[in-house]
Design a protein around this ligand. Structure first.
Ligand code: SF4
Length: 66
């Protein structure tokens, strides 16, 4: 699964980088940077949680063969 952020939807609320700092870093402009683009195992579960909590619905997990 590929983890990505749609910056056009991101409202810079920082939930992702605050609660899942192993997956996302906050950049100087307030947008998150994806650190782990292909999370597996526990990191995949954390990525799924980030998708749920993002207030902008900006975080997606997509199958890599799509
Ligand atoms: S949680 Fe969603 S809206 Fe907030 S910074 Fe991360 S991607 Fe953007």
């Amino acid at each position: 699964m590929k983890l990505s952020v749609n910056l056009e939807r991101c409202i810079k609320a920082a939930e992702c980088s605050t609660y899942h700092a192993e997956l996302f870093a906050a950049s100087d402009d307030g947008f998150p940077l994806v650190i782990v683009e292909e999370p597996e195992g526990e990191q995949l579960e954390d990525a799924e949680d980030a998708v749920r909590v993002c207030p902008g619905n900006a975080i997606t997990l997509t199958r890599e063969d799509n």
